[in-house]
Write a protein that binds this ligand. Structure first.
Ligand code: ADP
Ligand code: MG
Length: 251
């Protein structure tokens, strides 16, 4: 369920603030005048049509894309303007079903400088198991990555993004390629993780049906913020219909 404590104001001491952000690539303005607050513990859905600039915004937050404007993160006890720890789950990479790499190999590649072929020591396996336990995925440890279902792969990517536990978790379309049952399971897990660690979650998604139940806020962007608010308000707004060229009616 949604985070109960936060309203829309930013009086809370803990938040990610984006002010007057714009991104240009060459002569093209991709994003302009983006203003956004994400409070600790909130789940915020970033929605918009293809080419709206969703991934570009995430890349700017991750520091992988030059931008104009200000992105700050503050939390109690944190030095002002210290960069937050960001966990990132990229859009699902595809693995060859015949690829022999296991989930444990993937963790070793990501978590240490030792190449996977050197094998996993006992301490490393314990560490990987602890990481997978955060997503109830201990049983995935020795499975081949190429043989995982969409939902299992997302849980593995999530476990990787949670080590070390970040202040903000960003996911790019985690629900695509996951069946409906798996989508609910994944959203329940994100909800549990958000509560356990009080971290903010920013998630790009096209699966709007999930949002009223799980997200605190939806932000509709189309090169700028077109509408933001409670998910059901945004999904039923004229702005939403206009951006997606739908002809009225409820979702
Ligand atoms: P979304 O994730 O909402 O589908 P993107 O952020 O990927 O949108 O892209 C927004 C716009 O920026 C698109 O028109 C895309 O073509 C353009 N764009 C993204 N990355 C680049 C790039 N590296 N060079 C040029 N144009 C880009
Ligand atoms: Mg994208």
């Amino acid at each position: 369920m949604k985070h109960p404590q936060h309203g829309n104001s930013c009086s809370d001491s803990c938040c990610l603030r984006i002010q007057n952000l714009s991104v240009s690539i060459g002569t093209e303005t991709i994003l302009s005048d983006i203003n956004l607050h994400i409070h600790c513990g909130q789940m915020v859905a970033l929605i918009g049509p293809n080419g709206a600039g969703k991934s570009t915004l995430i890349n700017a937050i991750l520091g992988q894309r030059e931008y104009a404007g200000v992105i700050t993160f503050s939390a109690p006890g944190m030095r002002h303007r210290k960069p937050p720890r960001i966990g990132y789950v990229p859009q699902s990479p595809s693995f060859d079903p015949g690829d022999p790499i296991s989930v444990a190999d993937l963790f070793v590649c990501c978590m240490s400088r030792r190449p996977a072929f050197l094998g996993t020591g006992k301490a490393m396996r314990r560490k990987i198991l602890a990481c997978l336990a955060r997503v109830h995925g201990e049983d995935l440890m020795d499975k081949r990555v190429g043989g995982l279902s969409g939902g299992e792969l997302q849980r593995v990517l999530l476990a990787l993004a949670l080590e070390p536990v970040p202040n903000i978790l960003i996911l790019d379309e985690p629900l695509s390629g996951v069946d409906v049952e798996g989508q609910t399971a994944l959203m329940d897990m994100l909800d549990e993780i958000r509560k356990s660690y009080d971290l903010s979650i920013l998630m790009i998604t096209h699966d709007f049906g999930m949002l009223p139940q799980y997200a605190d806020k939806a932000v509709l962007i189309d090169r700028t913020v077109v509408k933001e608010g409670a998910p059901s308000d945004v999904l039923n707004s004229p702005e939403f219909r206009q951006v997606f060229h739908t002809k009225g009616g409820q979702l």
